[in-house]
Design a protein around this ligand. Structure first.
Ligand code: 13P
Length: 249
């Protein structure tokens, strides 16, 4: 059956020294929990994060990858480089990149393919803005993000992908989707995948919830049938909170 996952997206936080300390604290506090823990620090920390965690069950991921393979793309980091640093995962299509870097579903589809070709598991993010939710367009928006971002993949490839539903209005705002709201969309996402790839494929894909997850609400959200864990921002920056969230299953 599908994996439970708790992934900590540090975004643009922590110096290298602070990052090393946080990873060590997480390693020292965590004891084998019921989920795959993934730490997703800034690019510059990836190598050392992989060295620190190499003999543990913690995996490391990157926050983005280039849509290009290699070459004259100043400032970009390729999926191949991320793999060569020891990573297993990469976030693709976080709403902050969609909004601030104009990343379209079509571009993200190329990035997802780059990730998979380099044997990285993409964590493909989707989710509606507040305006879209208020206009009752959240199902339609998420469907289009999933269709355009992922539906060129083969069955094998989609089985090797993770989806994160992150409503933009819940990110960093302290406003969480209710557990029922999360379940409603997660179930909808699984249904769309089942329609395209069949139910047994859909049942194998981990769908994570992201947006103001904290130790106080993780358990209620993770208890929902179609919620297979979380993509955590702010609360992943404190070892104690992050570990408490990993115990929310
Ligand atoms: P917060 O947990 O800070 O709301 O961020 C969620 C997120 O964007 C994770 O990718």
């Amino acid at each position: 059956m599908r994996k439970n996952i708790v992934a900590g997206n540090w975004k643009m936080n922590k110096s290298l020294e602070e990052g090393k300390t946080l990873i060590s604290e997480i390693m020292n506090t965590q004891n084998s929990s019921d989920c795959q823990i993934i730490i997703i620090p800034p690019f510059i920390h990836l190598s050392v994060a992989n060295e620190i965690t190499c003999n543990s069950n913690i995996a490391i991921g990157a926050q983005d990858c280039s849509a290009n393979q290699s070459g004259a793309y100043t400032g970009e980091v390729s999926a191949q480089m991320i793999k060569s640093a020891g990573c297993q995962y990469v976030i693709v299509g976080h709403s902050e990149r969609r909004a601030m870097h104009n990343e379209s579903n079509n571009l993200l589809n190329i990035k997802v393919n780059q990730a998979l070709e380099n044997k990285l598991t993409p964590i493909y993010c989707c989710g509606e803005t507040l305006e879209e939710r208020e206009a009752n367009r959240h199902f339609e928006v998420v469907k289009q993000q999933i269709q355009e971002g992922l539906f060129t993949l083969t069955e094998e490839q989609i089985k090797n992908s993770v989806i994160a539903y992150e409503p933009v209005w819940a990110i960093g705002t302290g406003k969480t989707a209710s557990a029922d709201q999360a379940q409603e969309i997660h179930n909808y996402i699984r249904t769309i995948i089942a329609d395209k790839y069949g139910n047994s494929v859909a049942q194998e894909i981990s769908i994570l919830y992201g947006g103001s997850v904290k130790p106080q609400n993780a358990q209620e959200i993770f208890a929902k049938e179609d919620v297979d864990g979380g993509l955590i921002g702010g609360a992943s920056l404190k070892a104690e909170d992050f570990i408490a969230i990993t115990k929310g299953f």
